[in-house]
Design a protein around this ligand. Structure first.
Ligand code: NDP
Length: 312
């Protein structure tokens, strides 16, 4: 079995930043990139709030820069998905879907989070045929069409605004009577004439012959004045939050009810010596590229200290 001093799983801002720091500390990091190399930011258009880019930068470009920076410091980049972990004793064992089996003295879990779906059968039925969880990936196909975005947070508002730049009309389907998004994002959607917000609405199904042609929605579901009707749409975009990718680590590390890995205070320590969690997989609160990058940095510094103390 291959022996690794510092194993990093995940390739978002947390994973790549951990690799930059671990590489510069001569830990010879090995980074497995997983399902979506570059992580969630590769599905974003413009990033305006990452310090150092006064004119903004595209998500894929930012991730490419971080990746190249990690490679510059001798990170061994690999492509495979971790499928099993045994963190019962040192060295920790991880198995990947390409058959790789490795043991690691230290482990940085930076596996991020994945978009959530409503759980409707129709979401599966129309997957790739009108249902998407990424407006910036698929919005292009809906130029001059009508789409719906589900959710009331910053992501939903951002995606609705982005889609309004392409589509003729955007419904924003919000289950509560208010938006949860930040004030600036709320204003942006409220002021956009192409966006119609359907407050207190739930989607219960989709319909269409060869792809999505509409959604069955319910206003004030379960109330005496409940109203059921259909809206005609060509695309249905989910923006209702994310699920942390922590499943294979759950038998070993503490997680909250959603699955976010619980770390010790502000540190990336998981409670298992030499195992650290960084980025969205351990962050239910901030989930920003910059906070993920910062926690990746902390995790690498912790890994370096741990390896030095243990003389590994
Ligand atoms: P949030 O958890 O903030 O919002 C999720 C939204 O989806 C809520 O409106 C929620 O409704 C709704 N929702 C959840 N489940 C369902 C369901 N089953 N049916 C219908 N609606 C549902 O997630 P976001 O992805 O929007 O944001 C995550 C974090 O990332 C936040 O901290 C946000 O501020 C940040 N972010 C920042 C950005 C920026 O700064 N540029 C851009 C994007 C995100 P309810 O309110 O009823 O719970």
């Amino acid at each position: 079995m291959e022996h690794i001093r510092c194993l990093i799983i995940g390739s978002g801002p947390a994973g790549y930043t951990a690799a930059i720091y671990a590489g510069r500390a001569n830990l010879n990091p090995v980074l497995y990139e997983g399902i979506q190399p570059g992580g969630q930011l590769t599905t974003t258009t413009e990033v305006e709030n990452f310090p150092g880019y006064p004119d903004g930068i595209s998500g894929p470009e930012l991730m490419d820069d971080l990746r190249r920076q990690a490679e510059k410091f001798n990170t061994d980049m690999r492509s495979a998905i971790a499928t099993k972990a045994d963190l019962s004793r040192v060295p920790y064992k991880i198995i990947f879907d390409n058959g790789d089996e490795v043991e690691a003295d230290s482990l940085i879990i930076a596996t991020g989070a994945t978009a959530k779906y409503l759980g409707l059968e129709d979401e599966k039925r129309y997957a790739g045929m009108g249902v998407s969880a990424c407006a910036t990936c698929d919005g292009f196909f809906y130029r001059k069409k009508t789409v719906a975005v589900v959710g009331g947070g910053d992501t939903a508002c951002e995606e609705a605004s982005y889609l309004a730049g392409l589509a003729n009309k955007v419904y924003l389907i919000v289950r509560k009577p208010f938006l949860r998004a930040s004030k600036i994002m709320q204003e942006r959607v409220m002021e956009n004439p192409k966006i119609e917000i359907l407050f207190e609405h739930n989607t219960i199904g989709l319909f269409g012959e060869h792809g999505v042609e509409g959604a069955h929605v319910v206003k004030r579901m379960g109330e005496a004045d409940e109203q059921r009707y259909d809206i005609a749409i060509d695309g249905f975009f989910l923006a209702i939050g994310h699920k942390p990718n922590s499943d294979i680590f759950k038998p070993w590390v503490k997680t909250d009810e959603t699955g976010y890995i619980i770390t010790e205070g502000d540190s990336p320590r998981t409670g298992i010596p030499g195992v650290f969690a960084a980025g969205d997989v351990a962050d239910p609160h901030y989930r920003q590229a910059i906070t993920a990058a910062a926690s990746g940095c902390k995790a690498a510094i912790e890994a370096e200290r741990y390896l030095a103390e243990q003389k590994l």
